[in-house]
Write a protein that binds this ligand. Structure first.
Ligand code: HEM
Length: 183
């Protein structure tokens, strides 16, 4: 994954837990110190190793660390570094989710050969189904955090009513049933 993802994880640990914990996470992960150049591509294992080490050092499940990371990505990293891009992708949560593929498409010339996820939104009665499809496995809790971060960004009340894993040959497909209303 591109270094800006690893860098954002580093930034979250520094900001929320301090320098000493970050040193420990880096040491436990065994990840090289130079894995954080935003515009360079690194092996996905670096991101997974950092998340695993954060779980060990912070004494929290990996899923909880990834979820926290998702919120940090939306509310801190993307907000600070890609504010205009975020603003242009929608003024409310559902509109934004519908534009998310277009957002990732727009930056393919910046992030060459990157492998972004795919999102799809469907109406289901009063609720919505948000499909998350990825070539990768294990990042669904990250998406939970991203959705929670977006709810804060758009000042919406969002409840994840259910989360279903669809069997796929490679990667992941999760269907979130969500209820979204203005806060
Ligand atoms: C403007 C802000 C954003 C930028 C610049 C951006 C860019 C990126 C980049 C560079 C990656 C790494 C992919 C790779 O290196 O192969 C990525 C992954 C990802 N992005 Fe975005 N993104 C943005 C916003 C969002 C938002 C708001 C969401 C969801 C609500 C999202 C969902 C994801 C997910 C889930 C991944 C992990 C990859 C996977 O699931 O396979 N992104 N994004």
């Amino acid at each position: 994954m591109y270094g800006l993802i690893n860098n954002s994880l580093k930034d979250m640990i520094l900001q929320q837990f301090g320098e000493e914990k970050w040193r420990q996470v880096l040491a436990v992960s065994g990840v090289p110190e130079d894995s954080f150049l935003s515009m360079r591509r690194y092996d996905d294992s670096i991101t997974y190793d950092l998340a695993g080490a954060a779980s060990e050092v912070l004494g929290a499940p990996v899923a909880a660390c990834l979820e926290m990371f998702g919120e940090h990505w939306v509310l801190e990293t993307a907000n600070k570094s890609y504010g205009m891009l975020l603003d242009s992708a929608g003024q409310d949560m559902l509109g934004f989710l519908q534009n998310l593929n277009a957002l990732h498409d727009r930056i393919t010339s910046t992030f060459l050969d990157y492998v972004p996820p795919e999102f799809q939104v469907e109406q289901k009665g009063e609720h919505h189904l948000v499909h998350y499809r990825s070539k990768r496995q294990g990042l669904t809790p990250f998406v939970v955090g991203l959705l929670k971060g977006l709810a804060v960004r758009f000042n919406s009340r969002m409840t994840i009513l259910s989360q279903t894993e669809v069997e796929v040959e490679q990667g992941a497909h999760t269907i979130f049933e969500v209820e979204i209303s203005p806060a």
